[in-house]
Design a protein around this ligand. Structure first.
Ligand SMILES: O=C(O)C1=C[C@@H](OP(=O)(O)O)[C@@H](O)[C@H](O)C1
Ligand SMILES: C=C(OP(=O)(O)O)C(=O)O
Length: 667
């Protein structure tokens, strides 16, 4: 997951490849609660691991359920319809699928519970559900603003005496989750037939289908008359199916369906695995909308393949009430259409993670679009000409879908980057969204930003470069370690480091599985950080670096680190030789006295005794050698910015580099 303050997406062009999407949020949280309310153990496969499921799992643990997690498989040992723990304070984050069904289940079971969430959760309505629960005889109090969480349930000791004779009436026009909540809670108390009547036009209907489908898997067959009246038969009792698989998330799929429709198809098709035409999720019908706009989509029971069809996309005018979440993706697709697109009947957008109609309109306007919004619709004029697009920093309102949707603006024909603020908000339902997107997206190498940090030994360039990379979410290349790792890999492969093995070592170097992560150097799965710093490793590195074809291979390897979303490269010839076109080159230095002191501290901390004077003499000798050698001498690139950090801290150096970087961005 990108936990950076922002993520700058370079202009993207093509896309192709396979994505395996994480589990459905709506299915995961329903299955978790149903398993918790059932007896025995339910093994849930492919469960989504995200903020929304984590709050549900934490609540179930607090309530005394058994939770055993192994990778994406979770075993839930349920309560068999009885409370084990009768008092708890439950944090629900911003998960509607957690707070609403749990409120209903705990309210009918009795006990004394408080449920609260993030500030936005306290602005998301729950009044219609509370009204229905109060009709039933449950004790529910608002501890903040009436109509919104936080809530206090029960608190009077004895379980509530429920009035089940009359139909329970619930409004369905603000959120379908209130009806879902009652449908999941009432089987717990169905000593007689329990009838629920929906007041007002039910929205987001397909989510009720998911609820009914999963209830059936847990032994509850609900009789229904249209969308108005639902009857839970007397004697209903939860029965665990034993094992259950969670489909991949169809709403998450919408970004990749759109990606396939928007990206140039040169790199092939986008294939989505884990969800397909047989999905029980309503958002699978996003496929129909994408086809209307011109996407070519093929599919099987649990896969989809998408490629660009009509281009520009076709504008649409669509009632999106059945796909409220995925419809946001259509709004961004509309920027690439041949006329104005209108998405209707989406009033619920205003009470979700943020006011999504306002958010989408505001942010699309930043990109240059003309957007009209009404109480329950949004109309988007396309950005027909490249010159109409603007580079923008997209505010994401702690809304995962705003962040995911706007990543698709990086495919703009103007070749402009897009900044996504607070990218970690995708953790609500898809923590690795950006990694997944970038793994199938392509762009011309020249679009991928590179920041070079060159400088002499002990100038702090490694520390600064690592920190800059971390702040930007960019890859990191420690070019100095390359020769050492190559030498190590050669010895591990049994290759003596000499001219007889030059070709073999060069081949090895070309695809060396080296990574720099978490301040460590990895060779395939091995942490070789310490191993490459020994005296012997240094000697071998020097021998390897004398082999011309290995040097050439290592240039290619260094170039291969230039990957999306960007690279910070540290070394001695990054700006001069390896990445001469880099977007920012910094030459970091410090006085010899200062560097000798730093190196001294470093060595002392490792228990190696030495004197500052001898270190300084070594440094000066090495500087002289490095800057006078004929191949890639150590010198600042002509267009490098010089930073002498003798008198400033690492943090200040990092901030300076970032400030220079910021100064070159178009946002
Ligand atoms: O029941 C569900 O799983 C959901 C129902 C929908 O909410 P509304 O019914 O409030 O539209 C949807 O937006 C939400 O992401 C998940
Ligand atoms: C509306 C959403 O979430 P929630 O389940 O919290 O309602 C969503 O995921 O888009």
């Amino acid at each position: 997951m990108f936990s950076t303050a922002f993520l700058d997406l370079p202009p993207l062009e093509g896309a192709g490849g396979t994505v395996l999407l994480p589990g459905s949020k709506s299915i995961s949280n329903r299955v978790l609660l149903l398993a918790a309310l059932s007896g025995g153990t339910t093994t849930v496969h492919d469960l989504l691991d995200s903020d929304d499921t984590r709050v549900m799992l934490a609540a179930l643990r607090q309530l005394g359920c058994g939770v055993a997690q192994q990778g994406s498989t979770v075993e839930i040992t349920g309560l068999d319809g009885q409370l084990k723990v009768t008092q708890a304070d439950l944090f629900m984050g911003n998960a509607g699928t957690a707070i609403r069904p749990l409120t209903a289940a705990l309210a009918v079971l009795g006990g004394d519970f408080t449920l609260h969430g993030v500030p936005r959760m306290h602005e998301r309505p729950i009044g219609d559900l509370v009204d229905a629960l109060r009709q039933l005889g449950c004790l529910v109090a608002y501890t903040g603003n009436p109509g919104y969480p936080p809530l206090r349930l029960g608190g009077q000791g004895a379980p509530p005496r429920l009035h089940l004779d009359a139909p329970i009436r619930v409004r369905g026009d603000v959120s379908s989750q209130f009806l879902t909540a009652l449908l999941m809670a009432l089987p717990l108390v169905a000593r007689q037939d329990v009838v629920i009547e929906v007041v007002g036009e039910l929205i987001s209907k397909p989510y009720i289908e998911i609820t009914l489908n999963l209830l059936a898997r847990f032994g509850i067959t609900v009789a229904r008359e249209g969308w108005q009246r639902f009857t839970i038969p007397a004697g209903s009792r939860y029965r665990s199916p034993g094992e259950i698989h969670v489909e991949a998330d169809a709403s998450s799929a919408s970004y990749f369906i759109a990606l396939g429709a928007i990206a140039t198809g040169d790199s092939g098709t986008i294939r989505i695995e884990g969800v397909g035409e047989a999905s029980i999720q309503g958002d699978i019908r996003f496929v129909e909308a994408a086809r209307l706009m011109g996407a070519q989509v093929a599919g099987g029971p649990n896969w989809l393949e998408i490629r660009r069809g009509t281009w520009p996309l076709k504008a649409i005018d669509l009632d999106c009430n059945h796909i409220p979440d995925a419809a946001m993706t259509l709004a961004v697709m509309a920027l690439y259409a041949d006329g104005p697109t209108t998405l209707r009947n989406i009033a619920s957008w205003r009470v979700k993670e943020t006011d999504r109609i306002a958010a989408m309109a505001t942010e699309m306007r930043k990109l240059g679009a003309t957007v009209e919004e009404g109480a329950d619709f949004i109309r988007v004029q396309p950005l027909a000409n490249p010159a109409d697009w603007r580079a923008a920093s997209i505010h994401t309102y702690d809304d995962h879908r705003v962040a995911m949707c706007f990543s698709l603006a990086a495919f703009n024909p103007a070749g402009l980057p897009v900044r996504v603020e607070d990218p970690k908000c995708v953790a609500k339902t898809f923590p690795d969204y950006f990694e997944t997107l970038l793994s199938v997206s392509h762009t011309a190498t020249r679009h991928i930003p590179v920041i070079c940090v060159d400088g002499p030994t002990a100038s702090g360039k490694g520390t600064v470069a690592v920190a800059v990379a971390a702040r930007l979410g960019y890859h990191f290349l420690d070019s100095g370690a390359m020769y050492r790792v190559t030498a190590l890999a050669a010895s591990r492969a049994g290759l003596a480091i000499d001219t007889a093995h030059e070709a073999a070592i060069a081949t090895l170097a070309q695809t060396l599985p080296v990574r720099f992560e978490g301040g460590k150097v990895w060779l395939a799965g091995d942490d070789v950080t310490e191993q490459i710093r020994t005296e012997e490793a240094g000697m071998n590195a020097s021998r390897v670096s004398a082999l011309p074809s290995v040097r050439t291979a290592l240039v290619a390897l260094q170039h291969s680190f230039r990957r999306l979303p960007g690279l910070v490269a540290d070394g001695r010839d990054m700006g001069t030789v390896i990445f001469p076109q880099a977007s920012l080159k910094v030459y970091l230095t410090a006085s010899a006295a200062c560097r000798a002191e730093r190196r001294h501290k470093q060595l002392i901390s490792k228990g190696i005794s030495t004197t500052i004077d001898s270190l300084r003499a070594d440094l000066e000798a090495r500087d002289a050698r490095d800057s006078s050698r004929s191949v890639s001498p150590l010198k600042p690139a002509q267009d490098a910015l010089l930073l002498d950090n003798s008198e400033i801290s690492i943090t200040q150096s990092v901030d300076q580099v970032l400030a220079w970087w910021e100064g070159r961005q178009p946002f």
